[in-house]
Design a protein around this ligand. Structure first.
Ligand code: PLP
Length: 399
């Protein structure tokens, strides 16, 4: 039996079977490449689902991990830690916010945002507001509250009863949103570009109206930037393409370039709702991860990775549009911003996805028909050309 089959077999006996794994065991990852146990090389166009935006094992990140691990890893949030403040200063500096909270994952950041919105309404505003409105097709995490907030049935099945106080309205439908708001509504939460949902951008007019509705109705506007943040879409935060001023932004994925961290950003006024003892986490924002995340932000800003994402993304949109012209019956739509790109096929994409993998290109297939690309932002342009060429050959065989 080869190494891959041995690993696959062991996993079957050891791990809960919730993951539909790719037929690939990764031995090593560097930059924008993965390597399996047979020494085969893969071009990574997924970056651990928009996590390793700087590329795998970025040498400066490895160095920070080593240095900080020798000094201080974790002492708990019972103590003051300078590393947390260094990161807070850096991340707040990329935004219009002035308070940060660090946790361990995206779901936990969104859970924190939901709790903060409710507590702000109930304790600071003295109003009985608790409902959170989200959109169909959204993805906000897999804790009970965040899966209830998620607008996709497939991740909810079998987990009832669900926590109360969540309403889901149709994507990009202002009327439906207005009709759903009640005296009990606390917040609207959305992704500027839905990721898991198939790389679906919301139009600017819709987003501007949501912000207006929030202001008119005294609701909090929460933007989930867990996938779109950290330069992925061509700006540091995706909402900055539109000059939006949300009340809370959540982050995770790329913030640690592979080490787990989540974050919630908000204003001083709203943050007051989280008094001592109201919310927290044991691991969240420990010295090691904060030092790493601070370095991640330093590198993104120094190397102007947002601009790199923007330029390479535009390059890809042009390349893929040519493909769409060539195969109008096979490609339904090209969507995205920066290096957050979706190629929607007109047919289930499993075979195309598998064929790409066989040729050494790792992409994700979401919503059955959408090839989702979230490459490391450092990917060289010629690899993107190589991908387009291979996809062209595969589509040509499909006709
Ligand atoms: C990945 C993701 C989450 C969940 O993050 P986890 O770290 O897996 O809990 C939430 N929202 C969006 C938009 C995501 O892409």
């Amino acid at each position: 039996m080869n190494k891959f089959n041995i690993i696959k077999d062991r996993e079957k006996k050891l791990h809960c079977p919730m993951y539909g794994r790719y037929p690939l065991a990764v031995k090593k990852a560097r930059g924008y490449k993965l390597y399996d146990f047979d020494g085969q090389e893969y071009i990574d166009l997924l970056a651990g689902i928009s996590v390793c935006n700087l590329g795998h094992s970025h040498p400066e990140i490895v160095q920070v991990i080593k240095e900080q691990a020798e000094k201080l890893i974790h002492v708990s949030n019972l103590f003051y830690q300078e590393e947390q403040l260094g990161l807070a200063e850096k991340i707040l500096g990329t935004s219009h916010f002035d308070r940060a909270f660090f946790c361990n994952s995206g779901a936990e950041a969104n859970e924190g945002a939901i709790k903060l919105a409710r507590r702000y309404m109930q304790k600071i505003k003295n109003q009985n507001k608790f409902e959170i409105i989200t959109l169909t097709g959204s993805f906000h995490g897999r804790t009970l509250a965040t899966l209830t907030a998620t607008g996709q049935d497939k991740i909810k099945e079998g987990f009832s009863p669900y926590p109360e106080g969540f309403k889901i309205v149709a994507f990009n439908d202002i009327k439906a949103l207005k009709n759903t708001i009640t005296d009990n509504t606390a917040a609207i939460m959305l992704e500027v570009i839905q990721g898991e949902g198939g790389i679906r951008p919301l139009p600017y007019e819709y987003l501007a109206q949501v912000q207006e509705i929030c202001q008119e109705n005294d609701l909090l506007f929460i933007i989930d930037e867990i996938q779109t943040g950290l330069a992925r879409t061509g700006k540091f935060w995706a909402h900055q393409h539109y000059n939006l001023k949300p009340d809370i932004v959540t982050s995770a994925k790329a913030l640690g370039n592979g080490l787990p961290i989540g974050a919630l950003l908000t204003t001083q006024e709203i943050s007051e709702a989280f008094g001592p003892g109201t919310h927290g986490t044991t691991f969240g924002g420990n010295a090691l991860i904060c030092k790493v995340a601070e370095k991640v932000i330093d590198i993104i800003l120094r190397d102007n990775l947002a601009e790199q994402a923007r330029v390479k993304g535009q390059f890809c949109l042009d390349l893929f549009s040519e493909l769409k012209n060539e195969f109008p019956d096979l490609i339904a739509e090209i969507r995205g911003a920066g290096l957050m790109l979706g190629i929607e096929l007109t047919f289930p994409g499993q075979k195309v996805w598998a064929n790409l993998l066989k040729r050494g290109f790792i992409v994700n297939l979401t919503q059955e028909k959408v090839l989702r690309l979230l490459p490391p932002l450092i990917i060289p342009q010629e690899e993107l050309v190589g991908f387009a060429q291979n996809l062209k050959e595969i589509l040509a065989e499909t006709v």
